[in-house]
Design a protein around this ligand. Structure first.
Ligand code: MN
Length: 245
């Protein structure tokens, strides 16, 4: 014999309630009197819209890259730092500088947060990118022969990076410009970097940075990316990095 419909519905809703008491309680709980301390690190909004770098970098890639990937680095960095009282209150730069002495979760996520923040600030919409300073242009010519030769060498380093990583233009300890590449979320400021220096330009060659639009064509992404590089920003970094020596 089947149950009357009303009884069936009653049993079903009672079962549903019994399965989610925690959810019901959370929804009903009042806000705590004292808010917990804010997380040490947070994700800043992009300095432009998610669609601003079209058609070079598509809206969906920018949205996922910033709101999911970068957000995850920030969230996981906060978790990793919270798990080690010795790291409380330390700056992102301080964590990056000694990344090789820290747990992999701190190294990877501190690097991820630093690198992506730097990356977003390196770029601007095609119609708004600004010109390179004469001083940086001269330094690139002196070091690489010409801007075209520099771009070719940067692209070669980016395509040669096996797996996930970054390609950088840095000011080295000798004050000279150099191209280098790092794996995963490492960067040239880290104690573990093979070539250390101050980054002035960096491109993300993780597949998540380009795969939706460029698929396997990383070289095409590296070529297109120059259209959204804000050389004025890179020039300011170069001025600071080279003046500090
Ligand atoms: Mn990325």
């Amino acid at each position: 014999m089947t149950r009357p419909l009303a009884l069936t519905l009653f049993l079903a809703s009672a079962a549903a309630l019994a399965l989610s008491p925690a959810q019901a309680q959370t929804a009903a709980a009042p806000a705590p009197a004292a808010a917990p301390a804010p997380a040490a690190f947070s994700l800043a909004p992009l300095p432009y819209g998610y669609d601003a770098l079209e058609p070079v970098i598509d809206t969906q890639t920018m949205t996922i890259h910033h709101s999911k990937h970068h957000q995850a680095y920030v969230d996981n960095l906060n978790k990793a730092v919270a798990a080690d009282p010795a790291l409380a209150g330390q700056s992102l730069d301080a964590l990056v500088a000694k990344a090789g002495t820290l747990a992999p979760a701190v190294r990877n996520n501190a690097g991820g947060h630093w690198n992506h923040t730097f990356f977003w600030e390196t770029m601007a919409p095609v119609a708004k990118v600004s010109a390179i300073s004469p001083r940086l242009a001269a330094a690139i010519d002196a070091q690489f022969g010409s801007m075209d030769k520099f771009k070719a060498a940067f692209k070669a380093a980016g395509t040669a990076r096996f797996g996930s990583g970054w390609v950088w233009l840095i000011v080295g300890a000798d004050g000279k410009l150099a191209i280098t590449s790092t794996s995963n979320q490492d960067n040239p400021l880290m104690d573990v970097a093979e070539a250390k220096g101050t980054p002035v330009l960096g491109n993300d060659v993780w597949e998540h940075a380009y795969y939706l639009k460029y698929q396997n064509r990383r070289a095409d992404y590296l070529d297109g990316w120059w259209q959204v590089v804000d050389w004025a920003k890179v020039s300011v970094r170069y001025a600071a990095a080279s003046a500090a020596r």
